[in-house]
Ligand binder design. Structure first.
Ligand code: ADP
Ligand code: MG
Length: 330
């Protein structure tokens, strides 16, 4: 398993610092959007650090209410309920997120597709699935996936899912968006540095408590207690897709929770994908896309994008990286 561990010493000794230079790191771990978030702020006082952390948490909670497809009262649920029936007018923020998601679908030729969510009746990764679904059901549900059938009208910010049974979900982009937004709110406050980590999707800004760049350790897939390398971050996001707790196993074969929209079946071959770029939302969506595209097409997509790098770990624990990834090996 690849796990990204934030490498910032919270128990820093300040004995060598003068009072004026002293920076206080504070950290809060909290469950939001169904996953563990960790918000860290570096400031001159505890109060300033906590104010920034709380502002970040409020922002994530606000986004969760807007985009959650589990919450029946969200605008996303309203869009899903109206599939095949009518367009739903939504807040510009949600409209814009869907617009950007469609742009990633176009870029990845449909590997990334928020309308994958019609498959959630078929594949369940919460332990409730007891046998392999029939190919007929998989194909029928997969036929509903098509980002081009998400119709957007920018004049009134309405969203229409063209076919009955269509459904959208932000599982592969929402955490990244929330991390971006939380960080941007925290940055406006009088602090020196911040880091938002949404269960391995992280974005940093400024400096850590020692006044240095933030760095992230990359665990050895063969031994998760060992670090293989580290990455230095300067206002960068590092996002990893590959949640090993969410999968089903039939006849000894593991099916992970990322769906190939072309087939309706979970992807195989890749264990995890880490994407590094300045924007956590883009990194989140691209990490999922590389999973679906596979090694060759995935690397070629990333190598063709300016300022985006990635690291792939295959099912055989082989490490493959994009051309300009700057990993520091031990
Ligand atoms: P992780 O949760 O491991 O960090 P991702 O960020 O890739 O991984 O998110 C996976 C989630 O994305 C799935 O649980 C599902 O909600 C959603 N998803 C699955 N397949 C796709 C796809 N092809 N396009 C867009 N979203 C997807
Ligand atoms: Mg993702």
């Amino acid at each position: 398993m690849l796990r990204l561990i934030c490498f910032f010493a919270l128990a820093v000794s300040f004995s060598d610092c003068t009072k004026a230079q002293r920076l206080i790191p504070q950290k809060k771990v909290i469950k939001l959007m169904g996953c563990g978030f960790e918000l860290t702020a570096i400031a001159k006082t505890d109060t300033l650090a906590w104010e920034a952390i709380n502002a970040g948490i409020n922002e994530i909670s606000r986004i969760e209410k807007l985009i959650s497809s589990w919450d029946k009262n969200s605008q996303t649920s309203a869009i899903n309920r109206a599939a095949g029936l009518e367009a739903v007018i939504v807040e510009k923020e949600l409209f814009d997120l869907i617009y950007r998601a469609k742009k990633i679908s176009k870029l990845t030729q449909g590997a990334f597709d928020i309308s994958f969510a019609s498959m959630d009746k078929i594949w369940k990764f919460d332990g409730s699935m007891k046998r392999m679904p029939s190919d007929k059901f998989v194909k029928a549900a997969a036929a509903k996936i098509n980002w081009e059938n998400i119709i957007l009208n920018k004049d009134n910010h309405s969203v229409f899912l063209k076919e009955k049974g269509m459904k959208i979900g932000f599982g592969a982009i929402g955490k990244g968006y929330a991390a971006n937004r939380a960080l941007s709110i925290m940055k406006q406050m009088p602090i020196q540095g911040a880091l938002v980590n949404a269960s391995g999707d992280l974005i940093s800004w400024g400096s850590n408590s020692k006044g240095n760049k933030w760095s992230v350790q990359i665990a050895d897939p063969k031994d998760k207690n060992k670090s293989l390398a580290w990455l230095e971050l300067k206002n960068m996001a590092v996002v990893t897709s590959g949640d090993y707790e969410r999968f089903v196993k039939f006849d000894g074969k593991r099916y992970a929770h990322i769906i190939d929209p072309r087939t309706g079946y979970p992807t195989t071959g890749i264990k995890s994908v880490t994407v590094v770029c300045p924007d956590a939302e883009v990194a989140d969506a691209l990490a999922t896309s590389v999973f679906v595209l596979g090694i060759t097409k995935g690397l070629s997509l990333v190598n063709g994008l300016n300022g985006v790098e990635c690291l792939i770990i295959t099912d055989e624990d082989e490490l493959l990286s994009s051309t300009n990834l700057n990993l520091n090996y031990y």
